[in-house]
Structures are given as C-alpha cells and as structure tokens.
Design a protein around this ligand. Structure first.
Ligand SMILES: NC(=O)c1ccc[n+]([C@@H]2O[C@H](COP(=O)([O-])OP(=O)(O)OC[C@H]3O[C@@H](n4cnc5c(N)ncnc54)[C@H](OP(=O)(O)O)[C@@H]3O)[C@@H](O)[C@H]2O)c1
Length: 72
C-alpha cells in the first residue's frame, strides 16, 4: 500500500516508486541455505531498476531475480 500511495503522490514529479523482491538471499536473515548470493540478488535488482520507466515502472512489485511482476 505504501508503494502504491507513493507512486500516485510522486507521479507528477516524475518519480517512480516500486517494490522489488530480492529473492531468498544468503545473508544473516536469509541464512546459509538460501538459494542465491548477494551479488546475484543485487545484480538482478539493479537490472530491474534500469528497465523501470513510465506507467509500467511505478506502483508495481517486481521480482529482482526473474524480473517478473508479482501481483499485490
Ligand atoms: N535475505 C532474504 O532472503 C530476504 C528476502 C526478502 C526480503 N529481505 C529484506 O531485505 C532487507 C535486508 O535483509 P538482509 O537479508 O540483508 O538482512 P540481514 O543480513 O539481517 O541485514 C540486515 C541489516 O540491517 C541492519 N539493521 C538492522 N536493524 C537496524 C537498525 N535498527 N538500524 C540500522 N541498521 C539496522 C543490520 O545492521 P548490523 O549488521 O549492524 O546489525 C544489517 O546490516 C530486509 O528488509 C529483509 O526483510 C530479505
């Protein structure tokens, strides 16, 4: 809801607001059995961010590894 509200509030200023799932990552929180390392997670999230633009790039929830949108 915060992402959706921010995307609407900031639309006229040309600022995109989108949530990105980092995947299940090997960190203190994700633990050693998680499926991907931090490099793969961050590389994927950066790749998603690079492609965001216009209406399609705001108010959404993307998976950082697959690049797919996740339904709210
Ligand atoms: N790992 C996953 O699979 C996964 C999946 C989905 C979403 N996420 C989200 O990604 C974010 C980061 O997760 P992570 O896996 O990187 O977790 P993490 O390895 O536990 O790291 C959390 C980081 O937050 C810092 N931190 C915690 N409380 C803080 C506070 N009060 N003030 C300032 N810094 C604080 C910690 O600092 P210290 O090291 O100094 O304690 C640490 O650097 C979280 O919001 C998590 O919900 C993670």
């Amino acid at each position: 809801m915060i992402t959706t509200k921010m995307s609407l509030d900031l639309k006229n200023e040309g600022i995109l607001a989108t949530a990105i799932h980092p995947g299940w990552v090997k960190t203190d929180m994700g633990g050693p059995t998680a499926s991907i390392d931090t490099v793969k997670s961050v590389t994927g999230c950066m790749s998603v961010m690079e492609k965001l633009h216009g209406e399609e790039g705001t108010g959404k929830f993307y998976h950082g590894v697959t690049g797919d949108t996740i339904g709210w």
